[in-house]
Design a protein around this ligand. Structure first.
Ligand SMILES: [Zn+2]
Length: 561
């Protein structure tokens, strides 16, 4: 079945899209669709097997005041033969007025927070389902009147809150392109994923309102599909204006803030073009059409919505916005948004990368010692965190996804990348990441996809490394002692580990002799309950001291016998 799907030609996809009669100006970008087909064999959808949403075409009416919205969403999906129901997540609190299948009204049934749409009448494997609905949104789209009495609307979907305001297959394994048509009171700037297609004033009974259209031509997960609407002013970022002379590679960037925060903008966002340039050099081209940074409402400090990062509103009046946060959310555009975890348990592929890449920005902007200090801080958090001790990073047992926003996904995941980087070196590490990004951009991944890419780039098997750090709780806890043998002028190291939890460790050993000279050697500790290793080199006299892991680099609590 996955075969049939991935072998489907691009021409037949284009035909399906044409048949779906999307407006010509909004025709799906065929290259990104091609990539989606390639990266996303049908069998990979675990959330709703046999269904693959290709596109959402969303029209939203935002009121002059309050949280009552009207929505009209057309979902274009492919289905496998024999799949006769499309289940769209949508909370019960929103009233569904009409559901159409390929232009004909059908009766859908409500079931908890979902809408079951029968597909029996549809011809072929491509369907278009249109849902008209309205009601008061209570979450997902955060509607708020600020202290100055201005109404604002900001999408905030992570992890599965798109269903609070949009009918979607609300799971990261089903990525799709999205078009937004947002009608809002005049004076509200509307920003969304993708390219600005147009904005106009409405007339007639809609006089005093505007319509703004955006189009995201790359498939993205529902948790980063958003709009923001408010009395925002757009501030250009020097280096992110992209005049025609800048060429195709320039990434257009700007900041949108409430007018009272304009005076200190772009502030820390001045670094954004250099942050994007650094990550492009390391990983590959920026994945989206533009990058907007918005003062917004989000329950998180920042939210990496594709091409439109939302930052918590209160960071702006207090001038607490930091380059570190900007770098973290920007790194997500590659890791999380473009290359998306297929299952929530693999969230570290998003948050661990954002954590580690933020440190790489620190290294670039503030130098090596600041970088090392940041990594040491991350390591301390991992070593002392209570969740790290009892649960693995790949935590398939956790069903409360908000609980996955923990030191395992962020700090330990980030630190695992730091250890990989040091172990493999720049060339194999970044070479592997570039291949991983190139292969899975606009698609979905599991942890093994990353492992395979790094194994190919480094020529080293990494199964043990990935298993011990990601599929097991805690950190390494070896007992390490040493002995000197004068007859052979050698130092041997004895390592004892819990047989059930032994780690393979690249261990740096710092040896100091009686003259105060130190030398560093590296030994490979095997994942075994007991190992005796001889340090490389000759030691003419008994060392006066030996320090294991002198930089405190490993996630290891080392005891002496
Ligand atoms: Zn993050």
């Amino acid at each position: 079945m996955s075969h049939e799907w991935s072998a489907m030609s691009l021409r037949s996809v284009r035909r399906a899209i044409r048949a779906a009669a999307l407006p010509a100006a909004l025709l799906l970008n065929s290259t990104s669709l091609g990539a989606q087909q390639h990266a996303e064999p049908f069998a990979g959808h675990t959330y709703q097997p046999g269904i693959d949403v290709l596109d959402y075409d969303v029209t939203l009416e935002l009121p002059d005041t309050g949280a009552t919205i009207r929505g009209d969403v057309t979902v274009t999906a492919r289905r496998m033969a024999g799949v006769n129901v499309l289940r769209l997540d949508l909370v019960r609190g929103l009233a569904v007025r009409e559901v159409q299948l390929d232009g004909r009204t059908v009766s859908a049934t409500r079931e908890d927070d979902a809408l079951r749409i029968p597909l029996e009448g549809a011809a072929g494997d491509s369907v278009q389902v249109r849902v008209h609905y309205d009601g008061v949104v209570r979450d997902g789209l955060i509607v708020r009147k600020d202290a100055r009495g201005r109404w604002t609307w900001f999408g905030d979907n992570w992890p599965n809150r798109a269903r609070q305001w949009l009918p979607t297959v609300d799971h990261p394994s089903d990525k799709a392109t999205v078009s937004w048509t947002v009608r809002a009171p005049a004076g509200r700037t509307v920003v969304a994923n993708g390219t600005l297609v147009g904005a106009r004033r409405l007339g007639g009974r809609d006089a005093g309102r505007t319509e703004t259209r955006w189009r995201e031509a790359h498939p993205v997960p529902t948790y980063v599909m958003v709009i923001g609407a408010g009395p925002l002013v757009q501030v250009p970022i020097p280096g992110g204006e992209c005049p025609d002379s800048a060429g195709a590679g320039c990434v257009r960037q700007s900041v949108y803030v409430l007018p009272e925060n304009r005076d200190w903008m772009p502030g820390p966002f001045s670094a954004a073009p250099r942050i994007v340039a650094l990550f492009e050099r390391m990983v590959g081209p920026f994945p989206y059409e533009k990058l907007a940074h918005l003062q917004s409402e989000t329950r998180f400090g920042g939210m990496e919505n594709a091409g439109a990062i939302f930052y918590a509103s209160d960071l702006f009046p207090s001038h607490r916005m930091s380059e570190g946060l900007i770098a973290h959310e920007t790194a997500h555009q590659w890791f999380g948004d473009a290359v998306t975890e297929r299952e929530w348990a693999h969230l570290w592929l998003s948050e661990g990368f954002a954590t580690y890449f933020a440190t790489l920005w620190t290294r670039e902007s503030r130098g090596d010692s600041a970088w090392r200090a940041e990594l040491a801080g991350i390591r301390r958090q991992v070593m002392t965190d209570s969740v790290v001790q009892v649960r693995p990073v790949l935590d398939t047992a956790q069903t409360n996804y908000l609980e996955l926003l923990n030191a395992n996904s962020y700090q330990k995941g980030g630190y695992v990348l730091a250890m990989l980087h040091r172990m493999l070196g720049d060339s194999a590490f970044f070479g592997g990441l570039r291949a991983y990004y190139a292969e899975h951009r606009d698609g979905n991944v599991l942890t093994d996809d990353l492992r395979r890419a790094l194994e190919r780039s480094s020529g080293r098997p990494l199964g043990q490394f990935f298993d011990q750090w990601l599929r097991r709780p805690g950190v390494a806890e070896p007992t390490i002692g040493w002995a000197y043998d004068a007859s052979s002028a050698s130092v041997s190291v004895l390592v004892v580990q819990d047989p059930a939890r032994s780690y393979a460790l690249p261990l740096i050993v710092e040896v100091t002799d009686a003259a105060g000279m130190t030398r560093r050697v590296e030994v490979a500790i095997p994942a075994a309950p007991r190992a005796e290793l001889t340090l490389p080199g000759r030691f003419a006299a008994r060392p006066v001291s030996i320090v294991f892991d002198p930089d405190l680099f490993l996630l290891a609590r080392i005891s002496r016998p």
